[in-house]
Design a protein around this ligand. Structure first.
Ligand code: FES
Length: 195
C-alpha cells in the first residue's frame, strides 16, 4: 500500500530502482539549475518541507509530532534560499522521538529528540517512504518498500530487517532562531549501491 507521504517523485524513483534493478543516481544538475541546488547539505542550511500542503515551508521543532511520522525535507541555503533539491541524495527524513528511547550516540546528535537521516535507502537507492510497525517489532520504524529494508531511527537508523547493508546516513541538527538547521555534514555514506 503506498504510504500517504510518498511523493510522485519518490514513486517514480521506486519504480526505477525496482524495475531496473539498479541503484538510483543523483539527478544531474543542468545549466538552468540554481548554483548549489545539487550540493550536499552544509552546516547552517535550513530545512524545508519537500511535499504536502506545507511544501517549501521552513521546518520548526513544533512542526514535528512526537513519535512520528517523519517529515520529508530538503536542505536550503540560508544565504540564497536555494533549495538543494537537484539531487535525490539530498532527500531527508526529519523525526521527533522521545529522547529516552534513543541510544546514547543517537541522543547526543538529537535536538529535543529531533533527528535527521538520509531519505534514500542504502540497498538500491529507493526512497525510504514508510513509517510502519517493524517486522517482529512493536514499534514503528522507517521502511523502504522496494525490498522491505527497515531502519530504526532510535539506534542511529541501524538496519533491523531486510537486505540493506548498512544504516542510513545521519545529519546532525541544531536549532537557530527557532528553526532547525544542519549542524554538520552527513555522517555515513549516502545512497544505494551506486549512490
Ligand atoms: S532499495 Fe532495496 S530495500 Fe530499499
Amino acid at each position: 500500500m503506498p504510504c500517504s507521504f510518498q511523493t510522485r517523485r519518490s514513486l517514480l524513483l521506486a519504480a526505477l530502482a525496482t524495475g531496473a534493478g539498479l541503484a538510483t543516481k543523483p539527478a544531474a544538475a543542468d545549466d538552468d539549475d540554481p548554483p548549489g541546488s545539487d550540493e550536499r547539505p552544509k552546516k547552517g542550511d535550513r530545512l524545508v518541507q519537500s511535499e504536502g500542503e506545507q511544501e517549501g515551508q521552513l521546518i520548526k521543532p513544533d512542526d514535528l509530532k512526537l513519535g512520528g511520522p517523519p517529515l520529508h525535507a530538503w536542505p536550503q541555503d540560508p544565504k540564497t534560499s536555494v533549495v538543494r533539491d537537484r539531487s535525490v541524495l539530498n532527500q531527508l527524513l526529519i523525526i521527533r522521538l522521545d529522547p529516552a528511547e534513543l541510544d546514547e550516540d543517537t541522543r547526543a546528535r538529537a535536538v529535543d529528540g529531533i533527528l535527521a537521516y538520509s531519505g534514500i535507502c542504502v540497498h538500491a537507492g529507493c526512497p525510504v517512504s514508510e513509517w510502519v510497525k517493524g517486522d517482529g517489532l512493536d514499534k514503528d520504524v522507517f521502511k523502504c518498500p522496494c525490498h522491505n529494508s527497515e531502519y530504526d531511527p532510535r539506534e542511529g537508523a541501524k538496519v533491523v530487517f531486510g537486505p540493506a547493508p548498512r544504516r542510513l546516513a545521519a545529519l546532525p541538527l541544531a536549532v537557530v532562531d527557532g528553526a532547525l538547521v544542519v549542524a554538520a555534514p552527513f555522517i555515513g555514506k549516502v545512497g544505494g549501491q551506486q549512490g
